[in-house]
Design a protein around this ligand. Structure first.
Ligand SMILES: [Zn+2]
Ligand SMILES: [Zn+2]
Length: 347
């Protein structure tokens, strides 16, 4: 019976339905007008959407177990430790940095917008460094290894990544005046939207969302972020408002002439949990060991993935520049060619 009890709690915990169950049990529907009631009602949205996604894939015979296996294993692996470390870090940062806050925002709508912009800035910093600093990439790469997009990808994270992300995001917010209640509300919205943007093509094929896509970050933008196509690497770091991507020139919309290829640049053995979870740590360790001198060893840790002490860098910036140059050259050839053909015809 203990096993059944544990399974029941795991089920309720995963689907976030404890709030909804309580709502039905007590019949206190008035609580839907309170913050707790709203979060309880929205909580099960992503897990249930994931189930719909899997059912749709199964009905259309597109369900492949390997699309879900790694995120599921990572989810189970992180289930207990990761969540608690992350929560503890948020509490620690609030406690420590509150006294250094430049001011404290009140709970008004305009300060809420300010708070969200500040949060996005913290999110941008954490995410940007997660791609541009090799050690931090080791904590983030697990989220990028899946080679298809579906809602289970939202659960694929290294267990320490939440703590690393929340230290940066919480510290930035608290120092810039976001109060803990507002921070909690923002975190809930960010978490729900951050999960939704992983919805697969199976459920929403074209997720550009028209005009809305100009104002907010859509699943289409996040698909671009998860792509390993040269043009798409290291773009769209924001979560809901993509203002900071526009400010720091990392914004990239989805092009109709480019088919998205998901995953990371190196070939990952998706059947090997060790390769997915610790692979990037392993390759960083190998590079550090073989690098000559202490300076090069340290540079491998802090420089972007693809940096090499030999000078033959294969960073995202360089790969992208080469791609753009190639594309520009082939476009030039395409325009010169007809002109040349025309000239030949006249002669
Ligand atoms: Zn990323
Ligand atoms: Zn993602």
């Amino acid at each position: 019976m203990d096993v059944l009890h544990t399974l029941y709690h795991e089920f309720v915990g995963f689907f976030n339905v404890d709030g909804v169950v309580k709502l039905f049990r007590t019949g206190n529907y008035q609580s839907l007008l309170t913050w707790d009631g709203i979060t309880a009602a929205i909580g099960p949205f992503i897990p249930f959407l994931l189930v719909i996604e899997i059912i749709r894939a199964a009905v259309y015979k597109r369900f492949k177990i390997e699309d879900y296996r790694v995120p599921f294993l990572i989810f189970v692996f992180n289930r207990f430790i990761g969540r608690f470390i992350s929560l503890a870090m948020v509490a620690l940062c609030i406690g420590f940095f509150s006294k250094y806050a430049i001011f404290t925002a009140t709970n008004t709508w305009y300060w809420f917008i300010y708070g969200y912009i500040v949060w996005e800035f913290g999110h941008f910093l954490y995410h940007y460094w997660g791609h541009k600093v090799r050690l931090f990439w080791c904590l983030h790469s697990q989220h990028h290894t899946p080679e298809t997009m579906n809602l289970s990808v939202t659960y694929a994270h290294f267990f320490l990544e939440g703590a690393y992300a929340d230290v940066i995001r919480t510290t930035v917010c608290i120092l810039l005046g976001v109060n803990p209640f507002m921070l909690g509300v923002i975190m809930f919205i960010d978490g729900t939207w951050g999960a939704f943007i992983h919805v697969g093509e199976n459920v929403i094929k074209d997720a550009r969302f028209g005009f809305i896509g100009r104002l907010i970050l859509t699943p289409s933008h996040h698909r671009v972020h998860h792509a390993r196509n040269p043009l798409y690497m290291d773009t769209n770091f924001c979560n809901l408002l993509n203002i900071w991507d526009r400010v720091f020139k990392t914004y990239e919309p989805e092009r109709r002439d480019i088919t998205i290829e998901y995953g990371i640049s190196r070939k990952v053995n998706m059947k090997n949990f060790f390769d997915v979870y610790f692979g990037e740590f392993y390759y960083l360790f190998k590079d550090v060991v073989k690098a000559p001198g202490l300076k090069n060893k340290l540079l491998y840790i802090v420089m972007p993935p693809g940096w090499s002490h030999t000078g033959e860098h294969k960073t995202a910036t360089i790969v992208k520049r080469e791609y753009r140059e190639q594309e520009a050259a082939s476009q030039q050839t395409a325009t010169i060619q007809p002109a040349y053909e025309q000239e030949k015809a006249i002669c």
